[in-house]
Design a protein around this ligand. Structure first.
Ligand SMILES: [Zn+2]
Length: 160
């Protein structure tokens, strides 16, 4: 885990460019159908004219998710431009310029892995599915059937 002091990075104008393996993401990995592949991370830390420390850049990867209809692999392209305002208190969050997404930092050091992982978890679709013409699954049809059958199931129960 690469831990850094983001404020020191911002003061120094440091750049973090690295490829991180997807299988090193402890929270994200269990949500994936396959953990092969890399996350291409390119972030730079700096301080803007107002003295606000920020982290800006790009996180790019292809996540292999399981389609919720056919359970086969589904490629999900991720290309996130981040512009994070680094703040220490809730008050600073409230005062942060709108162009930044606040990241509240309460410790001296943060894990860059975790920062990247947080961004990826945020963009994960809750219910990933292939386009209909690329999907072999029939779940949506089954869903319709089971909904239609539900009232009858209840009736059968009542009769007993
Ligand atoms: Zn599918």
């Amino acid at each position: 885990m690469k831990s850094i002091n983001p404020f020191a990075y911002a003061r120094a104008g440091r750049i973090f460019e690295e490829n991180l393996p997807l299988n090193s993401m402890e929270r994200l990995a269990p949500m994936l159908h396959d953990t092969q592949g890399q996350i291409i991370v390119s972030l730079y830390f700096d301080t803007d004219a107002e003295g606000q420390a920020y982290c800006s850049g790009n996180i790019k990867t292809t996540l292999i998710l399981a389609c919720q209809r056919c359970m086969d692999a589904l490629e999900y392209q991720v290309d996130i431009n981040v512009r994070l305002g680094l703040v220490r208190t809730e008050q600073q969050v409230a005062q942060l310029a709108k162009k930044y997404e606040p990241v509240l930092i309460t410790k001296d050091e943060i894990s860059l892995f975790q920062l990247v992982e947080d961004e990826l978890v945020l963009v994960l679709p809750a219910y990933a599915k292939h386009d209909k013409n690329q999907c072999t699954g029939q779940t949506s049809h089954l869903e319709f059937e089971s909904k239609k059958n539900n009232p009858f199931a209840i009736l059968t129960k009542l009769k007993k």
